[in-house]
Design a protein around this ligand. Structure first.
Ligand SMILES: [Cu+2]
Length: 127
């Protein structure tokens, strides 16, 4: 069951205190948000809790399901261009074509000031 895990993740994000110095980097926000249903997004963003090292950051958009395909498997979406905000906290993935209807995992890895690579994922739907 996925919804309680998503709610727990949201609660954690909301209740987490301000990051102390050299805290592990974590995801502060994303668009689409975890559990959201988006309409044909053409950009996907990840905002981290602190400035991250762009050279050590990765992001992948994986389509995990789509209507009418029971055994879809994992399908990486590669037609995007990454760019960073001036403050180094937000990564924007600009897609050449809007995401089609389906279910997606947005997987990330990033390291902040402490150099430790952290990772996570955001699951959302498009339709
Ligand atoms: Cu697909």
């Amino acid at each position: 069951m996925r919804i309680p895990a998503i709610l727990a993740a949201l609660a954690f994000t909301t209740l987490a205190p301000a990051a102390p110095l050299l805290a592990k980097v974590k995801l502060a926000a994303s668009t689409p948000a975890a559990g959201a249903k988006a309409k044909s997004p053409k950009t996907v963003t990840l905002t981290f809790s602190e400035k991250v090292n762009p050279a050590k950051a990765t992001a992948a958009i994986i389509m995990t399901a789509m209507p009418g395909m029971p055994n879809h498997g994992e399908m990486p979406i590669r037609n995007f261009t990454p760019s960073w905000s001036a403050d180094g906290k937000t990564l924007t993935l600009t897609l050449k074509k809007p995401l089609p209807t389906g279910t997606y995992d947005l997987r990330w890895q990033a390291a902040g000031a402490d150099g430790q690579a952290m990772s996570g994922k955001v699951s959302f739907d498009v339709g």
